[in-house]
Design a protein around this ligand. Structure first.
Ligand SMILES: Cc1cc2nc3c(=O)[nH]c(=O)nc-3n(C[C@H](O)[C@H](O)[C@H](O)COP(=O)(O)OP(=O)(O)OC[C@H]3O[C@@H](n4cnc5c(N)ncnc54)[C@H](O)[C@@H]3O)c2cc1C
Length: 487
């Protein structure tokens, strides 16, 4: 008989936490509890991958009527009804949350709808007032979006808010250049919103292959997104406020010399503002937008959880530091998923959860393999990528680059200028494909399959030996014969 209430207590009911809890209980027979302080399913299901992808689908219908006309159809385009879409979206998220609850229940996991923190190396304190003990504790609390330090940044929304908007804005400024910023730029543009995007760096999608990033940026601009790189917000304020306040830039600056009551009124007005927002950018331009969305990064959820008090070590950004087996500096405490800030993707959080169960409950120590993870960016067109970018590969060794860019049959026939990109980065010495980068409609689906070959260590000659599927876009990935360049 164990001295603990549970073999495992999981904090966080998102992608990683739910998987680890139900596999530990269902397959390994452990006595498991899980606490979730918001909605089951976590970021991916409630405010990330799933609702975002449904919004991508919604936005992609925009060009369909126009293209259908080129194919002989006589269709009439009506307006997009946000309310109708949003209520269907909410129904779907409610359904999925219930699926997650049922999965836990079906595996025999005790669930607590409560916020949890650590009260000791084996103790979890719940916001309900209860304390539970467990032999092992798994922290899977994910992360949250952060606003920049810009004064009045509270006037802007973050990605969590998008799914609850009462109505779509007429104009939207998106600040950021990562995948979340770019995906929402495409979504909102497709839904008929005038989208401007500011990114302070020289090119969006930092870290990905430069040629692929370039084509995504070009396609975004072609579709009407006013993408401005090397640009950031320096000041923002409610547009309706007094110009002197706007020029001063912030409620606090404007408040200099005002009475305490006036200061409070100004701040309350600024906070309550859901009207247009005046923005001054680093290049000196001043514009008014109906809404500003900050997609400027995410921080791990580690605050006020008693982590450091029990000896768990945190990194510079507040992420939990773990070893290859997801074990923290405290042997009884493990952490997986976004809270560890390794590779912040749903399938990775799930893998880490499964590896944790193998290691701790199945006697099979399993490090998490973070190498060659395929991923997709759901811009329009999508980007699918696995392995090294050309830039990273050529820093590592001598390479050959096979690359082709062309207008795909379906949209070319409809008269669209869209281009796609297929690219392989190949090691000169081993002939292995080190990186595969695709910018095309459906690139996410393509890269999942190409990812298997790359993970298996396929060589360029293995790709060459594979017969093309014709006529498709992806056939080009096996028909590129001459290197575009070597480096
Ligand atoms: C807009 C957006 C789009 C995304 N798109 C993709 C995509 O297309 N593909 C992809 O692979 N990934 C995507 N991601 C990333 C993906 O959602 C995350 O990597 C994944 O959800 C991480 O899972 P997790 O289990 O670590 O944390 P989460 O899913 O964030 O779950 C953590 C849970 O812990 C709960 N919690 C936090 N603190 C406590 C506490 N103290 N007590 C109790 N409960 C607590 C939270 O409420 C939450 O439910 C996207 C993310 C965002 C924001």
């Amino acid at each position: 008989m164990s001295d603990f209430d549970y073999d495992l207590f999981v904090i966080g009911g998102g992608s990683g936490g739910v998987r680890a809890a139900r596999v530990a209980a269902g397959e390994a027979g452990a006595k498991v509890a899980l606490a979730e302080d918001d909605r089951y399913g976590g970021t991916c299901v409630i405010r990330g991958c799933v609702p975002k992808k449904l919004m991508v689908f919604a936005s992609e219908y925009a060009g369909v009527v126009e293209d259908a006309a080129s194919y002989g159809w006589d269709l009439t385009q009506g307006p997009f009804d946000w309310h109708s879409f949003r209520s269907r979206l909410n129904e779907e998220l409610d359904r999925l949350e219930q699926v997650y609850r049922n999965l836990l229940k079906g595996s025999g996991v005790d669930t607590f709808d409560a916020r949890a923190s650590l009260a000791g190396r084996h103790e979890v304190k719940l916001s309900t007032g209860e304390t539970k003990s467990a032999k092992h504790i798994l922290i899977a609390t994910g992360g949250h979006p952060v606003r920049p330090d810009t004064p009045n940044a509270h006037l802007g929304i973050v990605s969590d808010d998008i799914f609850h908007l009462e109505s779509l804005p007429k104009s939207l400024l998106i600040v950021g250049g990562g995948y979340i910023a770019c995906e929402f730029a495409g979504i909102m543009n497709g839904l008929g919103v005038e989208v401007t995007q500011y990114y302070r760096g020289a090119q969006i999608l930092r870290g990905f292959d430069e040629e692929a990033r370039g084509l995504v940026a070009e396609s975004m601009r072609e579709r009407g997104i006013d993408l401005r790189v090397g640009t950031n917000i320096v000041e923002m304020a409610p547009a309706s406020a007094d110009r002197s306040m706007s020029h001063a830039g912030t409620a606090s600056d404007a408040a200099m010399g005002a009475s305490a009551q006036q200061v409070q009124e100004m701040q309350a007005k600024a906070e309550a503002s859901d009207g247009p927002i005046w923005v001054k950018s680093t290049n000196g331009g001043e514009r008014v937008f109906d809404m500003v969305l900050f997609a400027t990064g995410r921080d791990p959820n580690t605050k006020d959880m008693g982590l450091e008090e029990v000896g768990v070590k945190l990194g510079r950004r507040g992420q939990i530091e773990v070893d290859d087996y997801s074990q923290t500096a405290v042997p009884s405490i493990y952490a997986i998923g976004d809270v560890t800030d390794r590779v912040n993707l749903t399938p990775v959080a799930i893998r880490e959860g499964m590896a944790f169960v193998e290691t701790v409950f199945k006697g099979n120590p399993t490090p998490v393999d973070h190498d060659l993870i395929p991923s997709a960016i759901f811009t329009q067109p999508e980007m699918g990528t696995v392995g090294l970018s050309e830039e990273d590969a050529r820093d590592q060794e001598a390479i050959e680059v096979y690359c082709t860019s062309f207008r795909p049959m379906q949209t070319a026939f409809a008269g669209r200028p869209d281009r796609v990109l297929m690219k392989l980065v190949v090691s000169k010495a081993t002939r292995k494909v080190l990186g595969c980068h695709i910018v095309a409609p459906g690139a996410g689906e393509m890269i999942q399959l190409a990812g298997i070959a790359v993970k298996m260590g396929a060589t360029k000659e293995d790709f060459d030996r594979t017969v093309a599927v014709h006529p498709t876009m992806s056939e080009e990935i096996v028909t590129m014969r001459t290197p575009m360049r070597t480096a």
